[in-house]
Design a protein around this ligand. Structure first.
Ligand SMILES: [Zn+2]
Length: 180
């Protein structure tokens, strides 16, 4: 199966034991393929046809596997950035469930900053513009609003990586990661 993706596609990057390392730009995948650092999964035909500047079409697999095992880095805690909050909250408003886009979502301090609420995982959620405006600088109780998924918590780095993969899902990745 082959597909053409007009956007710059990300490639699933797997360790030698097929565990998920993350997503990489297709250029890095090509570079590693050419340098024999990674291989295309055996019997795996899903490719993206990348058109190079001089017109040549270069097939890039949508997943690559490291030839040599890469020792996983010590588990670090994800930083509380808008990008990571978006992935932790599965791209949905935590008040009304509306699907969000990363470039238009807003962040809400559950305990408002004016009331001493701080900027950390346990006090920030992704939400839509409407809910953010409705809540303003009120507490949940004052605004009469509820968090759909309960109090927010710090995610693991693995859950953030998975959520990012799912946000640009390719059905052939089901060999290595679940779709939900
Ligand atoms: Zn909302």
């Amino acid at each position: 199966m082959s597909s053409t993706n007009p956007r710059l596609p990300k490639i699933l990057y797997l360790n030698k034991d097929h565990s998920l390392i993350g997503l990489i730009p297709w250029q890095r995948a090509v570079s590693m393929l050419l340098n024999e650092k990674v291989i295309q999964p055996h019997g795996y035909e899903d490719v993206i046809q990348i058109r190079l500047p001089h017109g040549k079409v270069f097939p890039v697999p949508t997943a690559v596997i490291l030839v040599d095992f890469k020792k996983p880095r010590r588990k670090i805690k994800p930083v509380c950035t808008p990008r990571n909050i978006f992935f932790r909250d599965k791209g949905e408003c935590q008040y009304c469930g509306t699907p969000l886009r990363r470039n238009t979502m807003t962040l809400d301090h559950v305990v408002p900053k004016l009331s001493g609420g701080r900027h950390h995982w346990g006090n920030i959620v992704a939400c839509c513009h409407e809910c953010n405006t409705k809540k303003g600088s009120k507490s949940l109780q004052q605004a009469g609003m509820k968090l759909r998924n309960g109090p927010p918590v710090a995610p693991s780095i693995d859950s953030i990586k998975l959520a990012e993969c799912r946000s640009v899902w390719n059905e052939n990745w089901i060999w290595w990661i679940s779709s939900n």
